[in-house]
Design a protein around this ligand. Sequence first.
Ligand SMILES: [Zn+2]
Length: 370
Amino acid sequence: MPEYNTSNFKVDTVAMRYSDFAPRLFNFCLSLGMKPNDIMPSRAFCSDENQGYPIILLAKHFGTFPFNHGRVGGVVATDRHGPHSDHGKDVVIIQASHVGYNPENKKFGVYRRLQTENHELSTDCGALCGVLDWYKEEYDFTCQQISLDREKERKVVTIDNQLLNQDRNEGMFLNMPQIVSDLNVVHSYSTAKSFIASDQLIKRIGENWPDTKTPINQFLFADLFHFKRVTDDTVASGILNRNLIKAMPEILRSHSPALTAAKVNSQVEFDRTFRTIVKEKSYRRKKVIFISGIHIDISPSAGQLFPLTKFVPWAAYIQNENGEGYTLEQHELDTALRKQSTDNPHKIDLTAAIHQMESEPEILLHVDDD
Ligand SMILES: [Zn+2]
C-alpha cells in the first residue's frame, strides 16, 4: 500500500494561523506532562527564507531557537535524532513541506518575493516544483503521443513505439491492460501501433470518444500510467523524487500539483520518520512529540515583512518515557490542538531578549597560543 492518500488530507477546514498553532502546540506539550524550559523543539522545514517566520514563532513560544532537523523540501534528516535528543529533557519535532498561496487569484504553488527587483512571483516550494518539472514534461509529451481513433466500428488507441518499449530505464510507462483490450496490433504505422481500446477506457470516455484521430490529452487518467526515474537518494532532490514518484500521476492531474506534492511529501515523511523515532535509542526515557503537516505560505503584500503562514496538521506520533507510543490521525490531531489555548504565559519577548543580550558586558575571548 502506498504511504500516501491525498484525498484524506484536508486543508482549508483544518488550516490555522501559525500565530495560533505555535502556542497551541506548546500548550499541547504541557498537557502531555512536558515542562516549560525543558523542551527542545526541532524543525524539519525547507531552506526557503519564508520558512523563517514559523521558526521565529516557535522560538518565541518554546523559549529557545529550534534545532534544525530539515533538508530541502521539508525532508527530515533522521540521522540527527541523536544530537537533538541530547539538547533537551523532552523533545518535539515539527516536519512541514510548504506551498505558496497567492490570495489575489487563490492559486497554490507561487509566492511573491519582495526582495526581488519587481516583487516577482516564483514557484513555492521551489524544490518540489523543480522535481515536478521533468514529470510534467514527460506527461505533456505523452498526451500527444497517444491518440484515440475509430476504425470501422471499433474504438482504437494508437500509441507511439517509444512508449511501448518496456526496456527503458526511465520515463513514462503505460498501464497497458487498462488502456487496450489485448496486445494484438490492429494497425502498424512507421512510428506507432494501434490496438483495440479496453472496455474500461471506452466506458470512462463515453460519448466524448472522438470521431477522428485525436490526442488522448485529458483522458490520460492517473491510473493509466506510472513513471520510472533513476535518482540519487543521497541528495535532497533524489529523496524528493523517491517520495513523490508513485503519487506523480495523481499529482500531475490534480488541480494544484504543488499543493498535492506537499501533501504527499509530508505523508511519506511522517510515515518514514515515525518508524525511525520508534527505533531511536536516544529518544528513550524522554517524552517525544513528532508532528507533520504543511505550511501554506500566503504571499506577503507590500509592507508586510513575513508571510501569513498557516499550518495544516496531518498527523502526530506521541511517545512516552517507556517508549510506548500512539499516532493521532488528522482529525484527532486537529481536535487536540484546537482544544489548547492560544494564550502562552511562558512565551518570550524576542525584542527584549535581544536588547538584553546587547546590553550585557562583552565577554572577551582568551585563546591560548600554540
Ligand atoms: Zn521549499
